[in-house]
Design a protein. Sequence first.
Length: 202
Amino acid sequence: MTTNLSINVYDANGNAMDFGGEIYNRMIRIGEDEYNRETVTEIRVREVTIGIVDKAYYNCSELRSVILPDSLTEIGQWAFSWSPKLVTINFPPTLRSIGEYAFWSCDALIITEFPPTLTSIGKYAFLGCHSIKSLSPFPPTLTSIGCDAFAHCDYLKDIVIPDNTRVADDAFSGRGCPKLEFIAEAHGMSVNDYFRVSNLKK
């Protein structure tokens, strides 16, 4: 099976560049696809792709929509971070993990649910995603949510955490999900404790 996991990065003159460190150069090429970070507005990831590599679509300033294939199982670290105009992305039913910082500072991103196959959300994955307001219950397959994963999701006000999910103490608080914190504190509990399935059934 062919997978689009390799990535080459090119500068404005077509010269290959090292993909380490902070990437602000203009052209990116993934498999047979090429994008201009400054102008691309929609990305359709090819079928049979099983993973998005780290920093693959980092800092795409005009990106608004991403369409992922049903073959995808992993989104790497920093994969779509610093894409402030990204609004929509579909999480396929095969997705198992979302990497650290994957959607950091995607201010406009709107998501409402995660697939039933998801097992982990990395630290800082959705930090600063101010447009996320309500999420369907996290799937029971989810085993871990990292620190600050939803920090500064200022308008997030509705979550349900499976009882078996390990949640970092400050995944939803510490640096602020004020609406969640207000609800939990009114019941004298932490966000992680109050929004667990067992408590919500009471």
